[in-house]
Design a protein around this ligand. Structure first.
Ligand code: PXP
Length: 251
């Protein structure tokens, strides 16, 4: 079983979501880029955890990736999954360090909203009970609403991940400030109820600071922006290496 007893020792964990490394691989159906290698490099860069979303349609991360990551990652794996029997059974057998329950719609580009815990409280509470019964710390990805925080407490979760999408997509500063205040209030409410507070979705190099500054926030999950930056900061070296091969072959 994964040891997550060290989690509280890190002030605010940065968990790197590597789904989109697998998205690029799946676009060609080959074996590169390998999310496991990306996870190792993310850890060398200081990631405190590796997050992957095993979607029902397996559009990016595959079962084999999760199994390899669980054997390779030195920090911990945060497995995002829907409250569906098939993936919960896999999580029960894999025992990642942490599970985050997320809503899932086949047609969505990415996770579009938080879990509506009060719409289906028994199903969510059952999923939490199964995962935590297997020794997996379980978080619920919710919108920053007081009712959603309260419903997460009722569901027996150990933590919540506050959906930062509305903040990230705010059209102007006043609405960003409003969304930040909602995140702060939800974080306070959750921490007072004894829940761990995580946050993520749509966070970028430009907008991360105010969320990272929320004192109760103990974990950030960031994917698209980091993978996007990695493509650009790695491009120059990648082309230099290929160019050197081509020139070498031409004598
Ligand atoms: N947290 C959750 C629950 C998510 O579903 C996602 C997207 O997969 C993220 C965080 C990361 O979002 P982004 O890729 O926009 O950084």
């Amino acid at each position: 079983m994964a040891n997550t007893s060290f989690l509280h020792l890190i002030d605010c964990r940065l968990c790197v979501n590597i789904d989109h490394v697998a998205t690029v691989r799946q676009a060609r159906g080959t074996d590169e880029p390998d999310p496991v290698r990306a996870a190792v490099l993310a850890e060398l860069g200081g990631a405190n955890g590796i997050t992957v979303h095993l979607r029902e349609d397996r559009r990016h991360i595959q079962d084999r990736d999760v199994e390899l990551l669980l054997n390779t990652v030195r920090t911990f794996v945060n497995l995002e999954l829907a409250a569906e029997d098939e993936v919960i059974s896999l999580a029960e057998s894999w025992k990642p360090g942490q599970a985050t329950l997320v809503p899932e719609k086949r047609e969505e580009l990415t996770t579009e909203g938080g879990l509506d815990v009060s719409a289906d409280p028994v199903r969510i509470a059952d999923a939490v009970a199964r995962l935590q019964g297997a020794g997996i710390r379980t978080s619920l990805f919710i919108d920053p609403d007081p009712a959603a925080v309260d419903a997460s407490v009722e569901a027996g979760a150990a933590a919540i991940e506050l959906h930062t999408g509305e903040y990230a997509n705010a059209p102007h500063q006043a609405s960003a400030d409003h969304e930040l205040a909602r995140l702060e209030d939800a974080a306070t409410r959750a921490a007072e109820a004894g829940l761990g507070v995580h946050a993520g979705h749509g966070l970028t190099y430009e907008n991360v600071r105010p969320v990272a500054a929320i004192v109760e926030c103990e974990e950030l999950n960031i994917g698209h922006s980091i993978v996007s930056r990695a493509v650009l900061v790695g491009m120059e070296r990648a082309v230099l290496e290929m160019s050197a091969l081509v020139r070498e072959a031409r004598g």
